[in-house]
Design a protein around this ligand. Structure first.
Ligand SMILES: Cc1cc2nc3c(=O)[nH]c(=O)nc-3n(C[C@H](O)[C@H](O)[C@H](O)COP(=O)(O)O)c2cc1C
Length: 243
């Protein structure tokens, strides 16, 4: 629920248009910082991400009133370029692609899967992919991984097999995406296993429960370490991702 004061043109937007770190980055009641979207996006997808339909309904109402200032519950007061913030919220809440590029996320135990994922990232860059964001799911900020999964239209997810299942950081990540309503995205999978690879099966099962998620081909299987004979399959994956 939000409130609009027609006398002053202030939208009291509750959770919408908020973010953390307002006092640190902007000064109390100061101007918006230069990179509002960085933390604003992480906040949005990790807190409101599942409620895109409700946010779309709200944005339609907001479009019908002359908003001059946005006062979120927490986050900087927004006074300038409101179209910029409202435009980003429109993209985010409709699950549109904000930034052209590919998100490469990996979960590796001993480093072999990491090597494969980093190789794929290099191949994507070499083929002119406009932006390649990379995340180590065992070490990097989980909320930023969720953010980047929504930011880009295509993901490459590489993960190890783990006791006939999926290595837990990748499992947790996909579970978070399920909970946040991740949708309208393309994903290519790479599994690593040493004796009976199982990561690809579990990733496919988890993704099949999500709305409008297209799995690009079959998972590429690596046995422990990347070998020269694996390269054609990786080349094909990269070409499909960029197609
Ligand atoms: C606890 C544990 C469980 C594993 N379970 C499986 C498994 O069920 N099937 C399999 O093929 N490999 C299994 N592996 C091997 C890994 O999936 C993988 O081959 C190996 O970790 C190489 O990838 P990495 O270098 O990225 O860690 C297991 C490894 C560990 C440490």
């Amino acid at each position: 629920m939000v409130s609009f004061d027609s006398a002053s043109g202030v939208l009291f937007s509750a959770d919408a248009f908020g973010k953390f770190g307002a006092l640190a980055t902007c000064g109390f009641y100061g101007d918006e910082d230069n990179d509002w979207a960085c933390e604003g996006r992480r906040y949005y997808f990790n807190i409101c991400g599942k409620y895109g339909a409700q946010d779309q309904a709200l944005l339609k109402k907001v479009a019908s009133v002359p908003v001059r200032i946005i006062y979120p519950l927490h986050g900087p007061v927004l006074c300038k370029d409101l179209g910029y913030y409202i435009g980003l919220y429109n993209t985010w809440s409709s699950y549109g692609v904000e930034t052209p590029g590919v998100f490469v996320a990996y979960a590796s135990i001993h480093g072999g899967t990491a090597d494969v994922a980093l190789k794929v990232a290099d191949m994507l860059r070499a083929k002119g992919c406009p932006k390649v964001a990379v995340c180590d799911l065992t070490r990097d900020d989980k909320a930023e991984a969720v953010e980047d999964a929504f930011r880009y239209g295509t993901m490459v997810l590489a993960a190890c097999s783990y006791d006939a299942g999926l290595f837990t950081p990748a499992y947790d990540f996909l579970h978070a995406l399920q909970m946040k309503g991740w949708q309208k995205r393309r994903i290519a999978l790479i599994e690593n296993g040493s004796w009976a690879p199982s990561a690809g099966r579990v990733m496919k099962e988890m993704l099949s429960a999500m709305k409008e998620v297209e799995i690009l081909g079959e998972p590429v299987t690596i046995k422990s370490r990347l070998k020269p004979e694996d390269m054609p399959a990786l080349e094909a994956l990269v070409n499909t991702v960029l197609a």
